[in-house]
Design a protein around this ligand. Structure first.
Ligand code: AN0
Ligand code: CP
Length: 323
């Protein structure tokens, strides 16, 4: 595997899930595979889980790891070609990428959506520059439109905790004070569409996800109706994807104070099928979800985060096997 952005990059999901379980049972099984290979993890944005779990995954495989926080010590990087570089950006990605590539064998990228230029974000411009100019396998650690390491960990978590053969999984929008990317819900929708689950999405009107990810998934604008009989509730905020009105891309469409009834609480969880609660974290309590729900025995947020080590180990193993 030379690039990891989409669910199709992993091939047969059943095989990938079996591999995840194999690694979970013995996470050092492939400790020789990465000997004398170096993973470079490049962060343009903050991270707790991705930073730690991906380093741990690389170490499980015997790799060396270098972490670069671009905004904390490196030169500020320009990404657009043709710009007269008279701002605070001292270096261009077109030099920085091949230089970084010369020190490593695999590159992970975290580069969030700018949320101002839909076309630029949805073309995954920064990610593809890394692919093109590094000559190395590249994997997404949340890029402009996707977070596949998260979605894979989510799928592993659902697989481990499901009680029905084909569980009902609901992705629900929830309020947040700041405009957030669509990467997490995009990937979650993409991966749930590919998995054997009954998938429903619920959000206020105007927050429709890009068809490339949400496909033909059922959309229910009434959150309570969507929650009925659900086995898993996956909460996340996202800003306007700008599908029907591109000029609203990246915006918060209504003051969050008026939408606090979307916060996941016992009121909605009561109509589920003893539903499990999921969120990728970091989460704002009593905004996305109440204290009671996130602390309840049905909350999976901690095992879900722990599975990030497993998804990253499988992905790095696949990449190492291809170089
Ligand atoms: C980011 C987001 O919503 O994409 C990262 C989530 C993993 N969240 C925040 O910026 C709070
Ligand atoms: N879920 C997730 O990717 O968390 P971080 O932003 O802390 O890496």
């Amino acid at each position: 595997m030379k690039s990891f952005l989409n669910v199709t990059d992993l091939g047969d999901l059943r095989v990938a899930l079996d591999e995840a379980m194999e690694i979970k049972n013995d996470r050092y099984k492939y400790a020789e595979l990465g000997k004398n290979k170096t993973a470079l993890l490049v962060f343009f944005n903050n991270s707790l889980r991705t930073r730690l779990s991906t380093q741990k995954a690389a170490q499980n495989l015997g790799m060396n790891v270098i972490v670069l926080d671009v905004n904390a010590g490196a030169w500020k990087l320009e990404a657009e070609r043709g710009v007269v570089m008279d701002s605070d950006k001292s270096e261009h990605l077109l030099e920085a990428i091949p230089v970084m590539a010369s020190y490593c064998d695999v590159i992970g990228i975290r580069s969030f959506a700018g949320l101002t230029d839909r076309e630029y974000d949805y073309a995954e411009t920064v990610y593809h520059q890394f692919v093109k100019y590094s000559g190395r396998p590249v994997f997404a650690m949340e890029t402009a439109t996707v977070h596949p390491l998260q979605a894979f960990a989510d799928l592993i978590t659902i697989e481990e905790h499901k009680t029905a053969k084909r569980p009902k999984v609901v992705l629900t929008w929830a309020p947040h004070p700041k405009a957030l990317p669509q990467a997490v819900p995009n990937s979650f929708a993409e991966w749930m569409n590919a998995a054997d689950v009954d998938f429903v999405v619920t959000h206020p009107e105007g927050y429709e996800l890009d068809p490339a990810f949400v496909g033909n998934a059922r959309v229910e604008y009434d959150q309570m109706k969507a929650f009925e009989g659900a086995d898993f509730i996956y909460a996340k905020n996202w800003s306007c994807p700008g599908v029907t009105r591109p000029e609203q891309y990246g915006q918060i469409l209504e003051d969050y104070h008026t939408q606090l009834d979307w916060t996941v609480s016992e009121r909605q969880m009561a109509v589920t099928n003893n539903g499990k609660f999921m969120h990728c974290l970091p989460v704002r309590r009593n905004m996305i979800v109440t204290d009671d729900v996130i602390e309840s025995p049905n909350s999976l947020v901690i095992p879900e985060a722990a599975n990030r080590e497993i998804s990253a180990t499988v992905v790095l193993k696949r990449i190492l096997e291809s170089i």
